[in-house]
Design a protein. Structure first.
Length: 386
């Protein structure tokens, strides 16, 4: 085995625990196993970086600051039910960042490994759909198939694994001038999407094509500030002003859905009501962590807000939202006029836009496009130096 292959195998070994399939979170033995593996990976990577005496990037320290803030707020509010998930996500993203730090001279190899893992999982999930039409774990809620669990979780969670698959496929297709990467990923993603008729993912693919077309047509540069402002404006327009009501007929014709986004609007209204009834201190600092981000009372149960902005602002307050935006800006602040970089930024922008109707950023793989984009500057710098 060559040195390059040994390195790729080591990167693969270190990233597998970070990209854990959602199904594994439903099996106690696998939960403990992957928890142990992530702890072991962190111990190995952090020790190796300390021994090498290399400076760790500001992204790592900012991530730790953001997560530490969330922990302090939760402890002050007496919220302990979400601490296990907090620790797990904190560890997984830390490990992903440290992999890029440890193998800073092998950026393309890391991208290829992420591409391989994400597309392999999409393929396995597609096989599971055909083998288990009602899921590997069938929904116990009457006959609601939306709750059936496949390898990548329930059908709305399939989209999370598509983000790293598409971002790495676009990078490799442009950088290596090989279209087969994006062709394979597109086929796997679309097959998963249409087999389960995932409306959000369908909209996501249409938006992706539109954003790429605009980029090619006008060569628009999507900066970090522009993306954050666009995301915040979309939140105000759709969640608070309800601009989608003006296009109700379009949603019915195009997606066979009403303008409530499968009743998400009513959940948003319940979450907004909670915000209105919160005092100033809770609006500034947040209410703390909730298990599965479920803090919205709706239809006799507790629900996620099905919106990333509402999730952050209620749990972590204005300060938490500010820290989240700083991390996003830091990852997308590059000024590269390179097509491969611009494609990666577009995928990051897309994930933020789609978080209008889902809470994506409590899943580790949804952060991967941002981490890949952040370390692109190092990849370009090392290529120039060489």
């Amino acid at each position: 085995m060559t040195k390059k292959r040994r390195e790729s195998f080591l990167i693969l070994t270190l990233l597998v625990p970070v990209m854990e399939p959602k199904l594994f979170t439903q099996v106690s033995f696998l939960v403990y196993l992957f928890s142990f593996l992530n702890i072991a990976v962190f111990a190995y990577l952090f020790t190796m970086l300390l021994l090498s005496e290399k400076k760790i990037s500001i992204l790592f320290y900012l991530w730790i600051t953001y997560r530490a803030y969330m922990l302090v707020v939760s402890l002050f509010n007496g919220k302990f039910e979400g601490l296990m998930q907090w620790g797990y996500l904190t560890l997984m993203i830390s490990n992903c960042i440290l992999v890029f730090e440890r193998f800073r001279y092998s950026y393309c190899e890391i991208i290829k490994v992420i591409y391989f893992i994400s597309n392999l999982l999409l393929l396995c999930n597609l096989i599971a759909i055909f083998l288990f039409p009602r899921g590997i774990i069938e929904s116990s809620f009457y006959d609601v198939t939306a709750g059936d669990y496949y390898l990548l979780g329930i059908k709305t969670q399939f989209t999370t694994m598509m983000f790293p698959a598409i971002v790495t496929a676009l990078f490799l297709s442009v950088e290596k001038n090989a279209r087969n990467y994006i062709v394979v990923s597109a086929i796997l993603c679309l097959a998963n999407i249409f087999c389960k008729s995932i409306s959000t993912a369908i909209v996501g693919f249409v938006l992706l094509l539109v954003l790429i077309f605009i980029n090619y047509w006008k060569n628009i540069k999507y900066t970090g500030v522009f993306i954050i402002l666009a995301w915040l404006i979309c939140q105000v327009l759709f969640v608070f002003i309800k601009i989608q009501n003006f296009f109700a007929d379009f949603f019915v014709e195009a997606f066979h859905k009403d303008a409530s986004f499968s009743s998400r609007v009513y959940i948003w209204d319940a979450a907004i009501s909670l915000l209105k009834n919160s005092d100033v201190l809770h609006l500034i600092f947040g209410h703390g962590l909730y298990k599965d981000d479920s803090f919205v009372p709706f239809s006799g149960s507790m629900w996620q807000p099905h919106n990333q902005f509402l999730s952050i602002i209620y749990s972590n307050g204005v300060i938490g939202l500010f820290l989240f935006c700083i991390i996003v800006w830091l990852c997308l602040r590059g000024a590269f006029r390179r097509r491969s970089y611009e494609m990666m930024v577009i995928v990051c922008f897309l994930s933020l836009l789609l978080s209008l109707t889902e809470v994506y950023f409590n899943v580790a793989v949804c952060w991967i496009p941002f981490i890949c984009t952040y370390y692109y500057w190092q990849y370009r710098l090392l290529r120039v130096v060489r």
